[in-house]
Design a protein around this ligand. Structure first.
Ligand SMILES: Nc1ncnc2c1ncn2[C@@H]1O[C@H](COP(=O)(O)OP(=O)(O)OP(=O)(O)O)[C@@H](O)[C@H]1O
Ligand SMILES: [Mg+2]
Length: 242
């Protein structure tokens, strides 16, 4: 079985001479729950964009399920929640409509206007139930709290029945309690659906107890291992944000 994600000797720069990531090698096995952390500007989002084939490395190779990421046939198996995805939701769309849009990449939905087929409706309702929003399914997303909105977008990602779920800073602007609830939810999804989870955050306190692996990114990979073996210096916030 190929790795879900495999980077080998990757170097990347947006502009010539300004290298953002260097010497990145990383393999993620299907079913792993990995936290990617590091300071602002460390290169986390860039790493994710390389993994998703949205950027191409200057050097090295990026594989998704064994295929070059930029022309992977498995793109529809990946659900990506981009950084700041949930902000400024002022459209009148309901939770159910937003989550149903998550079915579009699968080709399962015959357009939002048409009646959803029974199976499609069940998948959408199931994803909403998983994130605990059944009571809000027909509420406009903009009427939900920030944490509930995050959950709605996670339900949208889940509706695509992904084998790889990538969340970039899903808890920005969300309180500690909601961060911990989200971490527990991801842990549950990871265990019950065997989905591979890449959870990006510059803070990893909330997921630390759940993840088997923490990758710290700061111009490259500066740590890769179980959170428990993280050198003490990285726990120092002043260092992490330097
Ligand atoms: N589109 C872009 N064009 C040029 N430079 C960019 C672009 N996107 C990011 N960068 C630069 O690349 C570096 C890494 O940025 P990146 O967004 O990957 O960091 P990050 O770890 O995700 O940070 P944050 O925690 O703030 O989200 C930064 O120096 C940033 O200025
Ligand atoms: Mg980022």
């Amino acid at each position: 079985m190929p790795a879900a994600v495999e980077l080998t000797g990757v170097e990347f720069a947006y502009e010539p001479g300004r290298i953002v990531l260097a010497g990145v090698s990383l393999a993620i096995t299907p079913g792993e729950f990995v936290a990617i952390a590091g300071p602002n500007g460390g290169g986390k989002t860039t790493l994710v964009r390389l993994v998703l084939g949205l950027e191409r490395p200057g050097q090295g190779e990026v594989l998704l399920f064994g295929e070059p990421a930029h022309r992977s046939s498995r793109r529809s198996a990946i659900a990506y929640l981009p950084q700041r995805a949930g902000l400024r939701v002022d459209a009148p769309a309901t939770v159910r409509e937003v989550v149903a849009a998550g079915r579009l990449p699968t080709g399962g939905l015959g357009g939002l206007m048409g009646p959803l087929r029974r199976r499609e409706r069940a998948i959408v309702a199931g994803a909403i139930a998983r994130v605990g929003l059944s009571d809000h399914a027909d509420a406009p997303v903009r009427t939900l709290s920030g944490g509930q909105q995050q959950r709605a977008f996670i339900a949208k990602a889940l509706a695509a029945e992904p084998s790889l779920l990538v969340l970039d800073e899903p808890t920005t602007g969300v309180d500690t309690e909601s961060q911990e609830a989200l971490a527990a939810l991801l842990d549950q999804l990871h265990r019950e659906l065997a989905v591979t989870v890449l959870y990006i955050s510059h803070e990893f306190g909330a997921v630390e107890q759940f993840v088997e692996r923490l990758v710290l990114v700061r111009g490259g990979i500066v740590f890769d291992g179980p959170p428990a073996s993280l050198p003490g210096i990285w726990h120092d916030p002043s260092h992490a944000h330097a």
